[in-house]
Design a binder for this molecule. Structure first.
Ligand code: FEO
Length: 406
């Protein structure tokens, strides 16, 4: 059983997809599955670039054998030592005992931590930044990309063909279903949101490191990008590169509002809904609303990355901020999201804590600006608080307009 695709002369995709896995890293929902890409170069030397997750081991190993067509495997380049890509290293070494493992010092440190005793030191080539590996008709050059997404990550660049093997960078959630190239898919319609959710939640914290790698790549001729997840890029590379520039610099892609709330009996929900409709009346069109108890935080984080404004609303619970809202805001803080405009609604019945906690969390994030006067309702919105809500809606609408015109 194999399923391989030649994506360029003597370059074969030998990956596969998992549609059964419920959550990536046991954390992020995967409604559309996920792919684990691996690539095989069949030059004068044969080179496998990364392996695959254990869930697709049988297919992956058959793919490698089919791609090699009876040849031996000379090198395994390990761009990333996270188990979704390196789980088959031990099996590859068992099947191809002469293979030489190519990685950096940190790669091998992690290899020995995760898979102690599975590989021998004698078969290792330890590379440094900028080192090359000639394969016959190609030269592979290694660029370190620390913290995109782990410290050992490196990119491998095929200098002769302009092909970048980019590890997790430029990856997306989503299984591959017959089309391997981004230009064969309606990427913007069906994949972009998941690419953003993948980037923001997995790599989002490391924007500075992504920028540092971009500087290294500046000036390289890029004809194809081969990530470890999701489709391969061979056309319109500028589209995804531009998104990465926005995302890694925490710059909103669009002027719009993400509204997310926690509500126990519907009163906080009602208040934020009234505000949303007041925004609609003021001509605001890009409004997205989520209940933090229902929508997984990763979706909310991705939208918060995309849009310029947030409105957050939550009640006090056990004399603190409602736990699910607390989680989303702390997650956002951990991921270092910054430079957004935030408006705050809170609710309490006898002791107010949500307002204080939300304000403190927002203020602890870099470059966050509070828009409008925060409104702390008591149990339920009163008719005489409509004016305050109007004032808040005016302030949000004005901030959107102001920034659109800049
Ligand atoms: Fe897809 Fe960081 O592993």
């Amino acid at each position: 059983m194999n399923n391989i695709v030649e994506i360029a002369p003597r370059l074969i995709w030998v990956g596969g997809s998992d549609r059964r896995l419920e959550r990536f890293e046991n954390m992020f929902p995967l409604p559309n599955g996920v792919s684990y890409n691996s690539y095989l170069l069949t030059d004068e030397k044969t080179v496998l670039l990364d392996t695959a997750d254990s869930s697709i081991a049988a297919l992956f190993l058959d793919n490698v054998a089919a791609g090699l067509k009876g040849r031996s495997l000379d090198y395994l380049v390990i761009n990333h030592m996270e188990p979704d890509h390196c789980a088959q290293i031990g099996e590859i070494v068992r099947r191809y005992p002469d293979v030489r493992l190519v990685g950096n010092a940190k790669t091998f440190q992690l290899l020995d931590q995760f898979y102690a005793g599975q590989t021998s030191e004698a078969n290792r080539i330890v590379v440094k930044e900028g080192d090359v590996l000639p394969t016959g008709n190609r030269t592979l050059r290694f660029y370190f990309a620390p913290m995109v997404h782990w410290p050992e990550v490196m990119f491998t660049y095929d200098e002769d063909n302009g092909i970048l093997f980019s590890a997790d960078a430029f990856g997306t959630f989503g299984a591959l279903s017959g089309n391997l190239f981004a230009d064969e898919l309606d990427f913007d319609r069906y994949w972009l949101d998941e690419a953003r959710r993948y980037y923001t939640n997995i790599v989002g914290k490391f924007g500075a490191q992504v920028q540092a790698v971009f500087k290294k790549l500046d000036g390289l001729c890029l004809r194809m990008i081969c990530p470890l997840h999701g489709p391969v890029w061979r056309r319109d590379l500028g589209d995804i590169l531009k998104k990465y520039h926005y995302w890694s610099q925490y710059v909103p892609e669009e002027q719009g509002v993400v509204m997310f709330y926690a509500s126990m009996y519907g009163n906080t929900e009602h208040a934020i809904t009234r505000l949303a409709f007041k925004l609609g009346e003021r001509g605001v069109r890009d409004i997205h609303m989520y209940d933090v108890s229902k929508t997984h935080a990763s979706y909310i984080i991705a939208d918060a990355w995309k849009y310029s404004n947030m409105v957050i609303a939550a009640p006090t619970y056990n004399l603190h901020l409602y736990a699910m809202m607390d989680f989303v805001l702390r997650d956002m803080k951990e991921l270092l999201l910054r430079n957004r405009r935030v408006s705050i609604l809170a609710n309490h019945s006898w002791a107010s804590a949500a307002m204080k906690d939300m304000t403190a969390l927002v203020e602890s994030m870099k470059g966050m600006t509070v828009v409008g006067r925060p409104l702390d309702i008591r149990s339920a919105l009163r008719d005489d608080q409509e004016a305050e809500l109007d004032e808040l809606a005016d302030a949000i609408a004005a901030s959107l307009k102001e920034n659109k015109e800049q």
